[in-house]
Design a protein around this ligand. Structure first.
Ligand SMILES: Cc1cc2nc3c(=O)[nH]c(=O)nc-3n(C[C@H](O)[C@H](O)[C@H](O)COP(=O)(O)OP(=O)(O)OC[C@H]3O[C@@H](n4cnc5c(N)ncnc54)[C@H](O)[C@@H]3O)c2cc1C
Ligand code: FES
Ligand code: FES
Length: 488
């Protein structure tokens, strides 16, 4: 055994060593008799296990909700874990009191999870008063929590009450002290945990990460664990070596590089962190991002993980490919850059060589007059994986298609461009007649599979209709978003 993690549980310092690196936060909590946090699905879907993690952000603490069932305990090093037992002090916490006042609980199984999601919202920056939080924010904030008996109306009423006042609880009162405690436990070097035959590493620099990957070619990288966590909890996979990437400074890059005119997104940037920068550049990214998992998944999950996972129904590759993004890969022997679409070779096979990691995504800034949309179709509005995801980037020159890139997820074994449809449209007038030809061309581009998410026929019709929708949205009278210069 070498190494140990230190974190605050509420305001208590915990030092943990000699534990299985695959141990989840939820299992650790429940084995240590903190049974307020519940297990429902053990796969990030129901929110019964929601906890809040506080991270140091300068002299502030940033509170975010996570699914404890798929979050690895080892990733808590240097952080504050807040669980439902920490909330009530002299009396109930305001979010708990609001749940009582509005009868937001029946059997109570989901309640700790809702309370923790409300607690995270309570500590978010928001204007005070009734106008402070709107229904959409409440719905988005609670989309990752399922309740089978109370119904959501009382819970939404509780949210309105609790969130109508500025945060003022024993956590905000103890902020300075907590910041000081967190500063004392910030990791400064690579964490190495050994347990029986298993290892966990948390490097802090890209060089360290590359050396570790060269030394452990069979290691599994883990960032937000919203895919890898399920391999552990659902597939019961045993992973001998885990390398946690979220502490690697370079992988947290999120900046516009003026020289290359790109938004650079480090592979370990979470969706929540990327949301602002991405939607500043491409406002039409928002509806898709807001429906990717739910807030707990977006707080943990990363765009790099979505790409590296290589799923044909991952939501990030279609829009990024439509926008001509490139991928930077890095290994001990250096860096290489490729078009994102080239990364996906065939189902289950990506162009990632042994010892390489995804370093960052290079997303070109919008060109003058470019129009972009991304659409997601799935069975549920929130917290569901796409049956079909479609993304379109179009530039017109006096009504003629100067460039168009169309990319779909869920239509093939990999996220793929509709090249026949694109070439049908290129150089033609952007009219319904031209579009009809492109919609037929989609049948030459794809032979989608049928599975429990959607039949082949449904997928094809959906893909055609989404192209039609994009056409309507770009030709209707109301102004459409033109992003020229938006990111400079
Ligand atoms: C409840 C729930 C809902 C979800 N909803 C959606 C959804 O709506 N849309 C969607 O697309 N996905 C969804 N997902 C899947 C998942 O959240 C995403 O794929 C997410 O982006 C994965 O990121 P991560 O950081 O959690 O990856 P991890 O689980 O940490 O890793 C995923 C894969 O990427 C590899 N990896 C991670 N970082 C790197 C790197 N730097 N270099 C090379 N390889 C790396 C890992 O080894 C692993 O193979 C959902 C998951 C859950 C649990
Ligand atoms: S137990 Fe369902 S999300 Fe964790
Ligand atoms: S109160 Fe029973 S599941 Fe929500």
């Amino acid at each position: 055994m070498s190494g140990a993690i230190r974190f605050l549980l509420g305001n208590r310092l915990i030092e943990a060593s000699d534990f299985d690196p695959q141990l989840t936060v939820l299992d650790w909590l429940r084995k240590n008799r903190h049974t307020g946090t519940k297990e429902g699905c053990a796969e990030g879907d129901c929110g019964a296990c929601t906890v809040v993690v506080g991270d140091l952000a300068g002299d502030e603490i940033r509170y975010r909700s996570f699914n404890a069932c798929i979050q690895l305990l080892a990733t808590l090093d240097g952080r504050q874990l807040i669980i439902v037992e920490d909330l009530a002090q002299a009396g109930l916490h305001p979010v708990q009191q609001a749940m009582v006042d509005h009868h937001g609980s029946q059997c109570g199984f989901c309640t700790p999870g809702f309370v923790m999601s409300l607690f995270a919202l309570y500590h978010e920056n928001r204007p005070p008063g009734e106008q402070g939080i709107g229904r959409r924010q409440i719905d988005e904030g609670l989309a990752g929590n399922l309740c089978r008996c109370t119904g959501y109306a009382p819970i939404v009423r509780a949210a309105r009450q609790a969130l109508s006042v500025p945060a003022d609880d024993h956590f905000s009162q103890a902020r300075e002290q907590t910041v000081a405690s967190l500063k004392q436990i910030q990791p400064t070097e690579c964490l190495e945990l050994e347990y029986e035959n298993r290892s966990f590493f948390a490097p802090r620099s890209l060089d360290e990460l590359c050396v570790l990957l060269a030394q452990h070619p069979d290691a599994v990288m883990v960032a937000g664990a919203t895919d890898v966590g399920l391999w552990i909890t659902k597939q019961l996979r045993v992973i001998d070596t885990l390398i946690y990437t979220a502490n690697v400074t370079e992988l947290q890059t999120l900046a516009i590089d003026k020289q290359s005119a790109c938004l650079e997104i480090g592979a370990a940037v979470s969706y929540t962190d990327a949301m602002g920068a991405l939607t500043d550049v491409y406002p039409d990214f928002r509806p898709l991002l807001a429906r990717l998992g739910a807030v707990q998944v977006r707080n943990a999950g990363t765009i790099g993980g979505n790409i590296a996972n290589g799923s044909p129904i991952g939501d990030m590759p279609p829009p990024l490919i439509a926008l001509d993004a490139r991928l930077v890969l890095r290994g001990i022997h250096g860096q290489r850059t490729l078009d994102l679409e080239e990364f996906f070779i065939e189902y289950g096979r990506q162009d990632l060589r042994p010892g390489e990691c995804v370093e960052k995504i290079l997303l070109p800034l919008p060109s003058a007059g470019q129009q972009f949309r991304a659409y997601k179709l799935c069975k549920r509005f929130d917290q569901d994986i796409s049956a079909v995801c479609a993304a379109f980037a179009l530039t017109l020159d006096k009504g003629t298609v100067a460039s168009i890139r169309i990319c779909y997820g869920g239509m093939a074994g990999v996220p793929a461009r509709a090249r026949e449809a694109e070439s049908t449209l290129h150089g033609q007038s952007w009219t319904q007649a031209g579009l009809d030809g492109a919609m037929s061309a989609l049948e030459r581009d794809f032979e989608p599979i049928s599975d429990w998410r959607a039949s082949s026929e449904y997928r094809m019709i959906a893909a055609q209709n989404l192209l039609q929708r994009f056409f309507l949205e770009t030709t209707r009278d109301e102004p459409v978003h033109l992003q020229a210069g938006a990111a400079t």
